[in-house]
Design a protein around this ligand. Structure first.
Ligand SMILES: [Zn+2]
Length: 101
């Protein structure tokens, strides 16, 4: 049986409550840029560094895409701006802190 966070009801693996408490003022930026071979990557910036890996994992799962994280930047393969925002809100980030450019 997975560990469930009592606050958000998500498995601990996906839960970002503790980070959110610390970093509620963080601004998250979501934008796409062109990568190689006319493909797009969606960039998510501003996730607290300690939570980047877990958030990247959740986003990749929700969006069913590949991606990488480096420093506090997450790169997702494909064009997922709006879906990424929705997914971030879904895992507990505050909508008003997420800017989609
Ligand atoms: Zn939680």
């Amino acid at each position: 049986m997975p560990d469930i966070c009592p606050k958000c009801g998500l498995p601990k693996e996906l839960c970002v409550c503790t980070v959110l408490e610390k970093e509620t003022e963080n601004k998250i930026k979501v934008y796409t840029r062109k990568a190689k071979f006319d493909k797009y990557v969606t960039v998510v910036e501003g996730i607290g560094q300690e939570d980047v890996e877990r958030t990247a994992k959740s986003l990749k799962r929700v969006l069913a895409c590949g991606g990488t994280s480096k420093g506090d930047i997450i790169e997702l393969q494909g064009e997922h701006k709006d879906a990424a925002k929705k997914a971030l809100v879904g895992i507990g980030y505050r909508e008003e802190n997420i800017d989609v450019a």
